[in-house]
Design a protein around this ligand. Sequence first.
Ligand SMILES: [Zn+2]
Length: 429
Amino acid sequence: MNALTVLAVALAATPHPVPRAAAPMVVLVATARGDVRILVRSDPVAGPVVAAPTLLGAVGGRGAVEGAWAEIEIARQSFRLLIGGPYYSLGSGLKPLVGTASVRRDTLFLPIQFITHVLPAELKERFRYDAQAGRLDDLTIIRVAAATPNRAAPNRTSPPARQPEPASTAPSDPDLLPNGLRKGHVVTIDPGHGGVDPGNPGIFFPRGLKEKDVTLQVGLLVRQELLKRGVGVTMTRTTDTLINLYDRGAYCTDRCGLFVSLHVNSLKKRPGYSKVRGFETYYLDVARTEDAARVAQMENEAVRFEAEDGQSAGLGGLDFILKDLQTNEYLRESVRLAELMQSHVGEVHPGPDKGVKPARLIVLGTARRPAILFEMGFSTNPEDAKLMTESRSQRNLAASIADAVVSYLLEYQQRVGSVVQSSSGRGRE
Ligand SMILES: [Zn+2]
């Protein structure tokens, strides 16, 4: 079948046209385990999408990517969505979608229509979507709950009580912000370097800006963007001062949800060095590549600007932490945070996306929370340098970093809210 035939078949089999409506920002999924709020992301290519693991975790399904298809199993029904193409199938025949399934940084995303139209149409007995409320209800759960009090009365007359007003099962939570976040999240933003430690010299930065200036500019914008999204922020610095590497993590204590250190990458002069650009995110573990080791060495070098007390300087303490980390849930959490960072920044940064990498970074060693170091781009590349210093792209960058933080916190809330489920040992899909 060529592409046109596929299209013709798909169009011929159009049982329910899928309208192009404004997508909600958050979809609430009401399940037996309670309510799960799913952030709707705007993908420049795929359109409005939701992370498949989050949806499947909420409704109790499983998913996998098989070649060009996303295989989704919910309620023992197997859906297939073409990755990058606006079609799905259930049983035989292709049916059209508005958006497309997509994979970003190892995470499968489904078009929002999968929730708003496909599930309610294909699994009528199970799901109903309320467009006004932006809410997907699991009807089986509501029906069981609604049927229980009727047990005494003979109920031959009305089999499916399809009018269960779900409001009773899920009173709207006054502690939730419109974006689904609980109130009271606080995170730590760490603009790298400062004071006597300029960071890298910023060869292509204008006006003599150095790494320490750019990390502070973007860091302050990230704070603004996070506050707008209802997330509290602790900054390790808001001025041109030097904070010791070993002290930075200490800003992320009891109430802190996560730690993000902001940096600018650079290469030593060598043939073609200025062509290298892109963004990458590090978490604390033993570096596996020469390039990651280079970044660790570069970012750890700040210790030479710090007061010599002979104890904290050096990597000795880090080995101890690394051992501890092997059994530490924060390692896995940090990787997830790093993945979300790459995925969100990828929406505004031309890249390339250089990925998520481990490295022995001192600054990440003392945060007792998920912690990442984000290299926003290369100051040794003219385009990256421009991106990191022009106010408009700086703001876009900051907004995407804030979005990544919000996405992570939403996932975290969901996990904490469904601890029972996570002990089933199925792992992330
Ligand atoms: Zn740096």
